[in-house]
Design a protein. Structure first.
Length: 69
């Protein structure tokens, strides 16, 4: 299964830079970059913190999808 994220769309819509979002949630900018590129699975706390910033649910931001073989 692959993790699909909508963090970049929500971040851009809110007008945040990656570094600004990182500061808001207590993470490094590089973590946000990896999350947006689907190369990092966040902790539950980080996922909830990001969702709180955008006033959405974790399910609005993240989705696991089956990878086709």
């Amino acid at each position: 299964m692959a993790l699909v994220t909508k963090i970049k769309e929500y971040r851009e819509q809110a007008g945040y830079k990656q570094s600004e979002l990182a500061e808001l949630v207590g993470a490094r900018r590089e973590t946000i970059v990896h999350l947006e590129n689907g190369r990092y699975n966040p902790s539950l706390k980080l996922a909830m913190d990001i969702a709180k910033v955008f006033h959405v649910t974790v399910e609005d931001l993240f989705e696991f999808v089956d990878e086709e073989k």
